[in-house]
Design a protein around this ligand. Structure first.
Ligand code: RTP
Ligand code: MG
Length: 140
């Protein structure tokens, strides 16, 4: 059997940090067998966030998203493991916490805040290209 060891960028967004869910989220990731290769806590600059969310520039939710992500502390994690890019997105669950399956981070811990889906606790890179690009932004 071949293995595909990858790295992905996981972010615990300001809502996750503010709700003191950092430990619970990291515990799920570690229990799954992934390795935390690097970790930092920071308040990201607008410049970092505009780069990070470049694919969404021009969409109606872009500005509110950048504003929210810059509103507090974020935990950035360099996560390693076999097929961790797909695997972490499975652990995270669907974008909308209400639609996310129970058993996932967003499904178990995410709240429906009504107005938007910005506050969905975590981010995970969606491809090897995104992972490389995003890790360069958060672990420059
Ligand atoms: P992520 O990138 O954070 O892992 O989440 P995702 O792939 O599930 O979602 P994506 O479509 O890439 O959107 C990035 C983040 O933007 C916010 N969002 N708001 N209609 C909206 O208000 C809306 N759509 C997306 C969410 O915070 C989402 O995680
Ligand atoms: Mg995405």
């Amino acid at each position: 059997m071949t293995t595909t060891v990858e790295e992905t960028l996981v972010l615990i967004k300001p809502d996750g940090v503010a709700r003191n869910l950092t430990g619970q989220i990291l515990a799920r990731v570690e229990a799954k067998g992934y390795t935390i290769a690097d970790l930092r806590m920071l308040e990201p600059t607008r410049e970092m966030l505009v780069q990070h969310y470049a694919e969404h520039e021009g969409k109606p939710f872009f500005e509110p998203l950048v504003e929210f992500m810059g509103s507090g502390l974020v935990v950035a994690v360099r996560l390693q493991g076999n097929r961790v890019i797909e695997g972490f997105r499975s652990l995270a669950g669907a974008t909308e916490p209400t639609a996310a399956a129970p058993g996932t981070i967003r499904g178990d811990l995410g709240r429906d805040w009504g107005e938007s889906v910005q506050k969905n606790l975590v981010h995970g890179s969606d491809s090897t290209e995104s992972a490389t690009r995003e890790l360069g932004i958060w672990f420059a």
